[in-house]
Design a protein around this ligand. Sequence first.
Ligand SMILES: NC(=O)c1ccc[n+]([C@@H]2O[C@H](COP(=O)([O-])OP(=O)(O)OC[C@H]3O[C@@H](n4cnc5c(N)ncnc54)[C@H](O)[C@@H]3O)[C@@H](O)[C@H]2O)c1
Length: 251
Amino acid sequence: MRLADRVAIVTGAASGIGRAIALGLAREGAAVAILDLDERGAGETARAIEKAGGQAHAYRADITHKTEVDTTVAAVVARWRTVHILVNNAGWDQPMPFVQTSEEFWDKVLAINLKGPIVCTRAVLEPMIAQRSGKIISIASDAGRVGSTGEAVYSAAKGGVIAFTKTIAREVARHRINVNCICPGPSDTPLFRNEFAAVNPKLAEGLTRAIPWGRLGLPEDIAPAVVFLASDDADYITGQTLSVSGGLTMV
Ligand SMILES: NC(=O)c1ccc[n+]([C@@H]2O[C@H](COP(=O)([O-])OP(=O)(O)OC[C@H]3O[C@@H](n4cnc5c(N)ncnc54)[C@H](O)[C@@H]3O)[C@@H](O)[C@H]2O)c1
């Protein structure tokens, strides 16, 4: 097992891609803290991990609130002594033309998709620096690399996550902490089904048609790339952005 004795925090792991990542990390031996606003879904993920023989615990927290995140990270460290892996996965969007969006909407999108990863990264860096090792993997999006019609502010936030990743990677390399991004393309999750396919089926069909591999991504397509970046096999990889999107984006 590649992650035996490691402790991981996965945000947004009550659902979709985050749940698959949490299960994937646990399968490789990591103890996984499921951090999500959705307490019920987080509990389901934790139980699925325990049922498969792994270790997990669900924590209800909002990644946009620094005190909630700091308290949760302290609780994880109290339970399992430290934290080795952070996966910034929680995210949200509602596609619509930029001219129809409100200031309130911009604030929400930026808070969840950009401030949240910043808050969580800040919270884990001290234990990681103290132990001179750590892996931080943020789930950005191909929207942050090449743009995505109907997702202007979300794309800005995800592009911000990519730039933030590169800068933190430079700052903490001397502490032997790796910081990387994974960019999914359109993927079959509750977020995509509820906010895209249900609201604008034509947009969802167009996105699917544009994928060279010919189908939407699945959470299980994304998780193995995260497990790799969380493992010792990726010790010399930092500041990188990897698309896992069936060839949608080639940059
Ligand atoms: N599904 C796609 O097509 C797609 C494409 C590219 C990138 N992504 C990214 O992948 C990640 C996972 O998305 P998904 O499709 O699995 O979505 P999802 O809606 O299925 O899961 C997201 C989870 O994040 C949680 N969450 C939202 N706001 C939160 C907050 N403030 N604090 C704590 N938890 C919060 C939700 O409760 C939910 O459990 C996101 O960052 C998303 O932007 C998804």
